[in-house]
Design a protein around this ligand. Structure first.
Ligand code: GLA
Ligand code: CA
Length: 693
């Protein structure tokens, strides 16, 4: 069935898809056209939230036989029962698509990023593609919620096994899992949580990888330790349940305080840079709470992770998880991830670059295809973002400053959005029913999306030119590009530096498309293409005029990373942050957006929240806050030998699919196991030691 449908899609690509004709001169704002229906293959099987997991002691526990034989019997490890918490996290069998699994085998990932080091809490990337997701365990977990109906949705317990609200709703007491241990056997407790909060989130010199700041958890929020397994949050608002989402990946995943604290400048002679870089990629066996531990790193080649013998989750039979002994991350390119996954040389890919859709679909439709491929909702999107800081973020020069002021000019933004031929941009990535016209704002795949509240300025080059003239820009020297008015930036051509992530073919294709389309408008764009890590650093320090950015969870789920929807704090927005000293210089409509987001976060009323997001969408698209480029569905590609992959897992919603498939309970049936383990029957060694135990 799946294969037939895939062939259908592949064959359909040749035919033209009917899209409502766009009136080239209709400059009146309207609503976006209804997107072509897309035959999503994966139907999600909805479940009740409390059917997924629980915390409880079981009568007996098990582990792979070789762990008992080689490690426990040799006195190198305590027995499994002693390594587990009093009440481990138990995944319920009924929620496991193929039930209780068996031990063995490897999941071979391929990634396009490169590790900077293991200090996630100090902002270092491990290369993405699921590495940091697998290392990190967070207070709550949201990725598996894609299978829970929106009305039943609240984050799942994880390191915080339960929580209670005070009667007035201003305090939240969280109970941490008791007796869980880091992968080196050291107990996990409230000190780890407090180190993350006090010395990483609250220390202005430290920025955790996914950008957690105090505002992420509400302006003025505080956290304190009550005892080893209890922490207490205090909020300005009553019952801000929304913050439970911020306690999931990637904003509340504490690192090992026993390893990190001695390197932190507050407790050592280190500088902040030395702290950040204290755990380079070569540093092996970094203690984690996640299911696998890094044991091998070869530059530009591979990172290997082995099972964490102290992992604190089990199945209902008492089998300690994970089932898979090893994970690989081949250090290659993102495009290669698709190629290898469909060919069977890799095991997993989020098919998210439309340039690879046709070839991947064809391969996956062949009868002997090694991998399954299933499309989900249209949740992958791109926006053009304009730097809105006119008070010094990123220290712009005279030209840069003049551009920031242009970016803040609504006529200018309308000119840009009206000059974009989004149909052509989408078709340049892939032909067929995949891409849709996306004006910006919330993704059409989220439950909060309302088409009627979306303001779309259709493609109209002449109208766009008129808007540009209204913004005061004319081509004074006749070279085809508009100039700044005399007296601004020397009256030179307006030249816009656009930041783009060079690691992705799609980002580069879209950037080139935008350059060409803006040239027709008379705007000259200069590309600043950087690798993902440098791109992030450049963006966070505000050194860009325009930026092309793939959408993140605030637009695809709304409830996750919500504060990134608007500049609610000095560092919460992608494109509008405060300079070192100072505040965010909000434009009037941004103030409205900030108010809406704050109300949304503090409201527990679903109808009110839906209505707030309709307002958000209206204001944000009407004032052209982000400039949408395109949106399309992604597909999960996964090797057919794996079991327990939930049907219809979207590649992105609350989090990426690497988290949504719940890798710790994924397994390979005994008769399908392959021999990919590079360190069979070995376990992680001591922190900092080379290689496994
Ligand atoms: C990168 C990839 C995504 C996903 C994430 C996980 O961003 O492009 O598909 O794997 O990493 O963090
Ligand atoms: Ca000119």
């Amino acid at each position: 069935m799946r294969n037939l449908r895939s062939i259908g899609i592949a064959a359909g690509l040749a035919l033209s898809v009917s899209v409502p004709a766009l009136n080239a001169f209709a400059s009146e704002p309207t609503v976006p056209p209804v997107p072509a229906t897309f035959p999503a293959e994966g139907k999600i099987k909805y479940v009740a939230r409390d059917s997924i997991l629980e915390f409880k002691a079981l009568p007996e526990y098990h582990e792979p036989g070789w762990v008992t034989e080689k490690f426990v019997k040799a006195g190198k490890l305590p027995p499994v029962k002693e390594r587990l918490p009093k009440e481990p996290l138990v995944f319920k069998t009924g929620n496991m698509p193929n039930g209780v699994g068996v031990y063995g085998d490897t999941m071979r990932h391929v990634i396009g990023g490169r590790p900077e080091g293991w200090n996630y809490g100090a902002g270092q990337t491990q290369g993405w593609g699921g590495i940091d997701i697998g290392l990190s365990e967070c207070l709550t977990r949201t990725a598996p919620l894609f299978q829970v109906e929106a009305k039943d949705t609240e984050p799942l317990p994880n390191l915080a096994k339960s929580w209670d609200w005070s009667a007035d709703g201003h305090k939240l007491i969280m109970h941490l899992v008791e007796g869980a241990k880091w992968s080196d056997g050291v107990p996990f407790n409230a000190d780890d949580v407090m180190f993350y909060w006090d010395d990483e989130v609250m220390d202005p010199n430290v920025s955790p990888l996914n950008g957690a700041t105090q505002e992420t958890f509400g302006v003025g929020t505080t956290l304190k330790k009550i005892d080893d397994y209890t922490v207490e949050w205090t909020f300005k608002d009553a019952f801000p349940k929304q913050h439970l989402y911020a306690m999931a990946y990637g904003t509340f995943c504490p690192g090992p305080a026993h390893i990190l604290k001695p390197q932190h400048p507050k407790y050592s002679k280190n500088t902040y840079d030395q702290f950040k870089n204290a755990f380079p990629p070569e540093y092996m066996n970094m203690p984690v709470m996640g299911a696998w531990v890094p044991v091998e790193y070869r530059a530009d080649d591979i990172i290997v992770m082995r099972r964490n013998p102290y992992y604190w989750k089990v199945d209902e039979k008492g089998n300690q998880l994970p089932y898979l002994n090893e994970l690989h991350y081949k250090l290659s390119t993102w495009a290669d991830r698709d190629v290898q996954a469909v060919a069977g040389a890799g095991d997993f890919s989020n098919l998210e670059q439309p340039e690879n859709f046709v070839a991947s679909l064809k391969r996956a439709a062949e009868p002997n295809a090694p991998a399954r491929l299933a499309f989900g909702p249209r949740l992958i999107g791109y926006n053009l973002r304009l730097n809105f800081s006119a008070n010094g973020w990123g220290n712009p020069d005279e030209r840069g400053q003049a551009l920031r002021e242009l970016n803040r000019n609504e006529d200018f933004r309308k000119a840009v959005t009206m000059a974009l031929d989004r149909k052509a941009l989408g078709d340049s990535l892939v032909k067929g029913p995949f891409t849709a016209i996306y004006p910006g704002g919330l993704s059409s795949g989220t439950s909060f999306y309302d088409r009627k509240s979306t303001v779309y300025y259709p493609f109209d080059l002449e109208g766009a030119k008129a808007e540009l003239a209204k913004a005061g820009l004319k081509d004074t020297d006749g070279d085809g590009f508009v100039n700044f008015p005399a007296g601004t930036a020397g009256g030179k051509n307006v030249e816009i530096v656009m930041l783009v992530n060079n690691d992705y073919t799609t980002d580069k294709s879209l950037a080139e498309g935008v350059v060409a389309q803006m040239e027709k408008l008379g705007l000259r764009i200069v590309l600043n293409g950087l690798n993902g890590t440098q791109r992030d650093a450049t963006q966070y320090s505000g050194r860009f005029d325009w930026l092309i950015r793939r959408n993140e969870q605030e637009l695809t789920s709304v409830v996750q990373n919500t504060v990134q929807l608007a500049p609610v704090g000095p560092k919460t927005s992608w494109d509008h942050r405060a300079p070192e000293s100072g505040e965010v210089d909000l434009m009037p409509f941004e103030k409205d957006l900030v108010d809406i987001v704050n109300k949304f976060v503090s409201s527990a009323d679903n109808n009110q929240r839906a209505s707030l997001m309709r307002d958000f969408q209206k204001i944000s698209t009407e004032h052209v806050y982000n400039i949408g480029l395109t949106e399309y569905p992604g597909a999960l590609i996964i090797n057919k030998r794996f079991s327990n992959i939930p049907q219809g897992t979207p590649i992105f919603m609350f989090n990426w699919a690497e988290d949504s498939i719940v890798r710790e309970r994924v397994f390979v049936a005994a008769d399908k196991q392959a021999k990919y383990e590079l360190f069979p029957e070995e376990l992680p060694g001591k922190p900092g030691d080379k290689g496994p135990m």
